[in-house]
Structure formats: structure tokens, C-alpha cells
Design a protein around this ligand. Structure first.
Ligand code: GLC
Length: 700
């Protein structure tokens, strides 16, 4: 049974500090990213313009009768290098008007602009002394990025560089596209390519004044690593200390979710073409989005999202604490497509009246509502404003905001100016009700502002946190609520807490398996939904003594075009052609190196051995791979990270007795980059990679 302790606050903070590396937030309110003045302007802006402009604008999406290409056209249409180079002749930029671009961004309510200095095709939009494959080798002949940076500064728009790590043009970049025949690999030297990358970044970061963002991309191929990413991050910051660098500087890229605490590189995550349903708690992030279906200019693509959809996406992103980077792909003459201009202007009209409800806001504790979204702003004096973005007019003009428990000091429509009418509000036990006037309703999003001299009181489930969801002898579970003046009551048997349930002051100590349910009460009345989490007491898995061991792991690899891990114990026929046997190679490796890998792509490997566990207790294992992988201790599947995917990490907990435990890790790779990273942490083991000292295999 659990028993209550009421430790001094310092004991709680000590616990939280001790656990912080591995604290599991089992149920919680949205945590904002920690304060960082370097990010202030970016968090304030919330909205930026992405510009994909390069040689791919010349074919405008069309090649050999097909019209669905974009900035990937050289790779997707397999265009030989010499032919691609000829596009240079069509890049006139005749109508390029940097002041117009910067003005369109500002009028749309954006705070920054990120433009492709070099995309995957290797073409440089700036005048580079490092290559001839740049804008000066086109009829345009202007240093367009310098002009654009200056125009942006005049308009008060911050400027950022998108720069591709992958490069399909440079002779030293590796790997090649597998269809390429016109670029010899023999003399290619990736280290020399990295030197080129850095030399160009030096040009871009020392020759154009202050640059606010470096937006890397194309980091997922096998040659790039997190270590190179960390080094590049430090290099970029050494040239521009205040610059913000996205997460694609590291190998992982992607959303940059909860595992960000484990040390991926970069300042913000980059969900592409989607909005994470819950935002990304605890980190900064920016969704990048196309207006039509392409990033680079595609003449045939008229499939534009409506301005209303784009505005609602911006609202949705802001309500979840993120930024939106909205893309335009100008044509080879330097013109924004007219559809893009229309949308920027429509967004600008909405922002003119409602920008206050986007800029400088944070996620609100109120989650997505069926009538719309909520953003929030807190002033230095502690007063705050909730912005209710209504995507439709509520029935009978009465809006009910469930979970908002206190009345605002003022309520009005944000777009309602002279004179601003007050809205009537009234509060029940569970909700705030707002009477809307008969005023014209903006069907895209009408914003109701609620001002509070102090803070809005929002009913949110309490947070429940512990070091792990399993334990051996005892476990301290921390419970807390962001709501003021509440008492937390809890049960351990899954039943909803009542006013009579046990009172939790901070920590609940468990000795047995329990389902902890916590709810906030005020004057005996529930003022939050309940939060629930189950913690399971387990017996440590006994060690498995082995007679004779040798260092390292036994590794077995086989060829095959897999989409999930193969069954290594079922015969050795090729999955692609079951009649033909596959080559199976074996080797002993120090840790998880792939000495027996038959080739770069299309293979699967299984490592077997024992892990040396120093002490009894709960261990957490981490498995990052590209593509799929799994980790077992004995017969127990501890981590399932299987399937076709790019770099992705999963983790799992297991209780182990001190001694040797049989460990199996299997991984497969179809095409593209390969990655395998196996880590652990537990009693006496700070989080680190499983290394040679931790691993043995049974000696033959
Ligand atoms: C992808 C694409 C690229 C585009 C980028 C924008 O990674 O490779 O063409 O520039 O996303 O996020």
C-alpha cells in the first residue's frame, strides 16, 4: 500500500532534480520550453515565410512530359548533371524585387524569412567563391541574397538561411543517387565536402550581416552523424553567436519530440507538413508548410490550400506553442505565384485585426476545443489574456468554454475597435459562458479576448511523475497541479478521488503495484479532471550465469529487401525470392558495429551476447535506428522500434538483478541512411551507449 509523506519542498526539488534526467511525465499539463533570451524574438514572431528558390524553378516542375516535380526534380526525374546545369541559362530573376518580397512577408504579419541558399541540387543562390555553380553563373548575375537580406532588414523582417547538407552536385559529397553514372565516386572525399560546407557557411555567416536562423536540411543520408551535427552547430554559433539553428543539423531531424532531452542537436524541432496533435511539450518547434503541393515552383500545381485553412493552421500551431513557416516557391523570373500573393494578402488582412492573438502568444492550458483554439499571453506584471479563436459562430450566440473556472476582468471581440463593446460573461462551476454580440462574424476565425488581472483558472488534470513506470521495492511518485489554491486528493485502486480521499501534499510512496488517480479540489469541490497512471512492482529478472565468456557480441547479417525485421531463426531463403538462399555472414563485434554487413543497403543483422548489469534495479534501454530494430533481454521484448522509418528512438524499462543477462538486438536497413544506437541507464549507469565494457558473448 502507498503511504503519504509530506516532505519539505526542498526534498521534493531534490527528488525532482535527481530524477530529472529520466523523469517520466506520466500525465501532465503542457510544459513550455525553458526561457532563453536568444529565442525571444522567434517565439514572439510565431510566423515566418519560407522561400524555396533555385534552378528547379526553371523547369517549373516539368520533365519528359510529367508535371509533378518540385525542387527534387534532378533526383526524381533522374536528370543527368550536364543537362541539369543547363537550367542555369533560364534563371533570369528578371522581375526579382526584394523589397516586394520583404513587404509581402511583413504585411502578412510575419516576423522572419528563411530562404534556400543552397538546396539538395547544390546550386548556390549566393555569390560563392567556393563554386562556380552559383547565381553569378546565371543570366540573373545579381547577388540576390545580399539584396534580399538588406530589404528584409529595412522592413524589420529577420533573415534566415536554409542550407542543404546533402549535395547532388559537389564531387566530394557521398553517397551518390543509385542511378547516377556521370559522377565518379573514386576520388570523392566526404571530409573534403564537410570542409566545403563549412567554407560556404563562413561566407554566408560573415558576409551578409547578422543572420538570424540557419535552417539545415538533407541530413539523413548515411554519411552524416550527430557528432558532425554537433560540431557544425558549434561552428555556426562561433560565427554568429545569437543565431538559431534547427534540429536538422543533427542526424535525427524530424519533429524533435520528447527525446530532445536526450541530447539531439539544434534549437528547435521541424515538423514537416503537419502539426503535432499535442504540440511538442518542453521544446521549441516550427511546422513548415507548403501553400500548394510543392516547395519549389511548379507551374501546373494549382492545388492551393485556402487562405482560411492557412489562417486556421497558423492559429492551431500557435495554440500548441509552435511557429509556422509558410512556403512560397517563386518562378525563375523571381515572381511569387499570384495564388501565393493572394493568400499572403488575405492572411495579412486577418493578422492586421487579430495579430495580437498570434504574436507573442504561448500555448494555453485549454486544449483544442470543438469550436476553435485558444492562445494565451502573460504580461510581465502577471496579468494575462486568453484569446479564443472561434472557427464557427456558436448556437444562439452563446459560447461555453468548458474548464475555464474564473470570470475575466474584461471581455471583447479583438477586431471590434472604436468603440470596443464589452461582452457579458458568467461563470458556472465548470465553465465560462460568453454572450456574443450580433456584430459581423469573421467566418475564418473570430477572436474573443478575455483579460485577467491575474491568471485564468483552467481545470487541467494534475501531473503525475516518477522515475519509471515499474519498480522493485518502492517508488516515489510526485503529483502536482498548476492550479492555484487546490488540494490534491488521490486513490490507489483506480477509483475516482472524492473529497474524502487521501490528501497528497507532494509525494506518494508506493510499495505495491497501484493505479494512482489524482484530482484537484477546492473547498471540497472537484476543480480538475482526474489524472491516472499505473506503476507496477516487479521482481528483477535473475541473472543467467554463463561458463565462459569472451568480449564483444556475436553478429549475424543477411541480405534481403525487408520492410520489417526478418525471423532470423527461420531458414535462410531470400524474402524477395524465397527459392534463393541468402548469404549469411557472421562476425564478432566489440559493440554494435556492422563488420559483417554484406552491403550498404538491403540487409538485416542480429547481435547476440550478454550485458553485464552492475546492480539490482530498474534499467532503461534506448534504441535508435534507421530503419527498424528491436531489443530483447532473454525472451522478453523490451523495445519494439520495428518498421520502415528514418532515425527514430524508442525506449523500454526492465528490472534486472546484478550479473549477466542475455541480450539480443536486431536491426534492418532497406535504403537510404543507416543508423543504430543502443544506450542504457540505471543504478550506477548514467545514460550512455552500451559499450565494449558492458558486453560479452558466450565463448565457443
Ligand atoms: C524536405 C525536402 C525538401 C524541402 C524540405 C522543407 O526535407 O527534402 O525538398 O526543402 O523538406 O522542409
Amino acid at each position: 500500500m502507498g503511504r503519504l509523506r509530506s516532505p519539505a519542498l526542498s526534498a521534493l526539488s531534490a527528488l525532482v532534480a535527481a530524477l530529472s534526467a529520466s523523469l517520466v511525465l506520466v500525465a501532465s499539463v503542457r510544459a513550455a520550453a525553458p526561457p532563453d533570451p536568444r529565442l525571444d524574438w522567434w517565439r514572439e514572431a510565431r510566423f515566418g515565410l519560407f522561400v524555396h528558390w533555385g534552378l528547379y524553378a526553371v523547369p517549373a516542375g516539368e520533365w519528359a512530359g510529367e508535371t509533378d516535380f518540385g525542387e527534387w526534380i534532378r533526383s526524381s526525374a533522374r536528370i543527368p548533371l550536364a543537362e541539369y546545369d543547363r537550367f542555369r541559362g533560364g534563371f533570369t530573376a528578371r522581375d526579382f524585387d526584394p523589397d516586394l518580397w520583404a513587404r509581402l512577408a511583413r504585411q502578412a504579419g510575419m516576423g522572419y524569412l528563411v530562404i534556400t541558399t543552397k538546396h539538395h541540387d547544390g546550386f548556390c543562390l549566393f555569390a560563392s567563391t567556393e563554386t562556380d555553380f552559383d547565381v553569378l553563373a546565371t543570366p540573373c548575375g545579381r547577388d540576390v541574397l545580399r539584396e534580399l537580406a538588406q530589404a528584409c532588414r529595412r522592413e524589420g523582417i529577420r533573415i534566415g538561411w536554409y542550407h542543404s547538407i546533402m549535395d547532388w552536385h559537389h564531387p566530394d559529397y557521398l553517397p551518390r543517387r543509385d542511378w547516377e553514372t556521370d559522377r565518379p565516386v573514386a576520388d570523392a572525399d566526404f571530409a573534403r565536402y564537410v570542409a566545403y560546407l563549412k567554407a560556404q557557411l563562413r561566407e554566408l555567416l560573415t558576409g551578409f550581416g547578422p543572420i538570424d536562423v540557419l535552417w539545415f536540411d538533407g541530413q539523413w543520408e548515411g554519411t552524416w552523424t550527430d557528432d558532425l551535427g554537433r560540431e557544425l552547430y558549434a561552428y555556426v554559433r562561433s560565427l554568429q553567436p545569437d543565431i538559431l539553428v534547427n534540429n536538422r543539423v543533427g542526424r535525427g531531424g524530424g519533429d524533435f519530440g520528447l527525446d530532445a532531452a536526450q541530447g539531439p542537436v539544434g534549437d528547435f524541432g521541424t515538423p514537416e507538413l503537419h502539426v503535432p496533435p499535442q504540440g511538442l511539450p518542453g521544446v521549441d518547434w516550427e511546422t513548415c508548410l507548403t501553400m500548394n503541393r510543392h516547395w519549389g515552383y511548379n507551374r501546373a500545381d494549382r492545388d492551393y490550400k485556402s487562405a482560411a485553412e492557412l489562417i486556421r493552421t497558423l492559429v492551431d500551431v500557435a495554440s500548441k506553442g509552435g511557429n509556422l513557416l509558410l512556403n512560397v516557391g517563386p518562378d525563375a523570373e523571381g515572381r511569387f505565384p499570384s495564388e501565393s500573393v493572394e493568400r499572403l494578402e488575405a492572411i495579412g488582412r486577418w493578422m492586421e485585426a487579430n495579430g495580437e492573438a498570434i504574436r507573442g502568444t504561448t500555448a494555453s492550458a485549454l486544449p483544442a476545443q470543438d469550436w476553435g483554439r485558444v492562445t494565451q499571453k502573460t504580461a510581465p506584471d502577471g496579468s494575462s489574456t486568453l484569446y479564443l479563436h472561434l472557427f464557427r459562430r456558436p448556437a444562439h450566440g452563446t459560447l461555453t468554454v468548458n474548464g475555464l473556472l474564473n470570470e475575466p476582468d474584461a471581455a471583447y471581440l479583438l477586431a471590434d475597435t472604436a468603440p470596443r463593446r464589452s461582452l457579458l460573461t458568467c461563470c458556472s462551476d465548470q465553465a465560462l459562458v460568453v454572450e456574443l454580440p450580433d456584430a459581423p462574424f469573421d467566418t475564418v476565425a473570430t477572436v474573443v479576448a478575455l483579460r485577467y488581472r491575474a491568471a485564468p483558472d483552467v481545470a487541467v488534470p494534475p501531473a503525475i511523475a516518477a522515475a519509471a513506470p515499474i519498480f522493485v521495492d518502492a517508488l516515489d511518485v510526485a503529483v502536482s497541479s498548476p492550479q492555484a489554491d487546490v488540494e490534491l486528493r488521490y486513490t490507489l485502486d483506480g477509483t475516482p478521488p472524492t473529497r474524502e480521499s487521501a490528501l497528497a501534499t507532494a509525494l506518494v510512496s508506493l510499495r505495491d503495484t497501484a493505479t494512482v488517480t489524482v484530482r484537484a479540489f477546492r473547498a471540497g469541490r472537484p476543480v480538475s479532471p482526474p489524472a491516472t497512471a499505473t506503476f507496477t512492482r516487479v521482481a528483477p529478472r535473475p541473472a543467467a550465469p554463463v561458463a565462459a565468456t569472451a568480449p564483444g557480441l556475436d553478429c549475424e547479417c543477411r541480405e534481403g529487401e525487408f520492410e520489417v525485421l526478418p525471423d532470423f531463426d527461420a531458414g535462410s531463403a531470400s524474402p524477395a525470392s524465397p527459392a534463393s538462399p541468402v548469404a549469411v555472414a557472421r562476425a564478432v563485434t566489440t559493440a554494435f558495429e556492422l563488420d559483417a554487413r554484406p552491403r550498404e543497403d538491403r540487409f538485416a543483422c542480429r547481435f547476440r551476447g550478454h550485458v553485464r548489469v552492475p546492480a539490482d534495479g530498474v534499467y532503461r534501454f534506448f534504441l535508435r535506428s534507421d530503419d527498424g530494430s528491436r531489443l530483447w533481454l532473454g525472451d522478453t521484448l523490451v523495445i519494439d522500434n520495428d518498421g520502415l522509418h528514418s532515425s527514430h528512438e524508442e525506449s523500454g524499462w526492465v528490472a534486472l538483478a546484478a550479473g549477466l543477462h542475455p541480450l539480443t538486438v536486431a536491426v534492418f536497413e532497406r535504403t537510404g541512411g543507416f543508423e543504430l544506437d543502443v544506450g542504457w541507464e540505471g543504478p550506477g549507469v548514467p545514460r550512455r551507449r552500451l559499450g565494449a565494457d558492458d558486453l560479452v558473448h558466450v565463448a565457443e
